[in-house]
Design a protein around this ligand. Structure first.
Ligand code: SAM
Length: 270
């Protein structure tokens, strides 16, 4: 099980980042070593607890998959990878007492003794593969690990998460989408240092030529038979209403300036 690159090799791999500016691909002349840069001390643990409750408050729940009913049942199995201090797990294990919860982290920052009996923690490196058999869990999730997983490692992490999930189980990803409207110079500088590239434009005629191009593309994706077949039932409208909605949308774009955001991650291994 696992991929064939050892974790120490992986940690030593360096990646180059390229940024596409004005259709040119330019070397940023930055080589960054991707490593977990949060010290995992008590203050971090407190912050992670706080962040968990912040997210629960924002979303008004702890997960989005339709898994609640299953969690109430006997023996439902849940895995949280990169679980940190296990705040999410502690919250759920106390509420869904018949379910079994597992947290995996390569640092034992989780509670070893004072924890509900239906919660277990495993110290392991997720990049070595998840140490569980296939089809084991009803629900597998991660939260806030995107800054430590390189672009070319996601396939492996996601496929491992899917492998250990039972057929009909759910996989869920909780990550901050860090774009900030009204961003100032200091935050902007910090944001630029992250391993990603973002672009935005105004969708529609108020966004000049590029806005019209993206409007044409957007309309192309949505103004066709297949989209109408699939989207009208989801929207709860008839096909005729869908066609009218598409016409209304073209008019709406003339009077609004929706921001269209694109985000791109890429990396090259040496
Ligand atoms: C920002 S914390 C997120 C913790 C938790 N998921 C949350 O949302 O509060 C990232 C966690 O990933 C863990 N981690 C880093 N590298 C890992 C690895 N290779 N395998 C497993 N866990 C890892 C860290 O120890 C840390 O606890």
């Amino acid at each position: 099980m696992g991929n064939n690159i050892s974790s120490s090799e992986r940690k030593n791999k360096r990646i180059e980042f390229y940024k596409e500016i004005d259709n040119r691909t330019t070397d940023l002349e930055v080589e960054k070593e991707l490593k977990y840069y949060i010290p995992n001390n008590y203050e971090d643990i407190d912050r992670e607890h706080m962040f968990h409750f912040f997210q629960s408050r924002i979303f008004q729940n702890n997960f989005s998959s339709p898994i609640e009913e299953r969690l109430m049942r006997e023996g439902c199995k849940v895995l949280d990878i990169g679980c940190g201090p296990g705040t999410w797990l502690l919250d759920l294990a106390s509420k869904y007492k018949k379910s079994l919860f597992y947290g995996l982290d390569n640092n034992s920052v989780y509670p070893n003794e004072i924890k509900p009996s239906n919660l277990n923690f495993i110290q392991a490196d997720m990049f070595d593969g998840l140490p569980f058999p296939d089809n084991e869990f009803d629900f597998v999730r991660e939260s806030s690990i995107s800054f430590l997983v390189k672009a070319d490692q996601w396939d492996f992490i996601i496929s491992e998460m899917i492998r250990v999930t039972k057929p009909d189980g759910y996989v869920e990803f909780h990550e901050p989408y860090s774009t900030f409207n009204g961003i100032g110079p200091v935050l902007s500088k910090m944001h630029d240092a992250l391993y990603k590239d973002e672009k935005s434009c105004i969708l529609g005629p108020n966004g000049d030529k590029i806005g019209i191009v993206i409007q044409d593309l957007f309309m192309g994706f949505h103004n066709n038979e297949v989209a109408m077949e699939n989207l009208s039932p989801i929207l709860g409208i008839s096909k005729e209403e869908y066609k009218i909605m598409i016409k209304d949308l073209t008019e709406e774009f003339k009077n609004t300036s929706p921001e269209y955001k694109l985000i791109r991650f890429w990396a090259k291994k040496n």
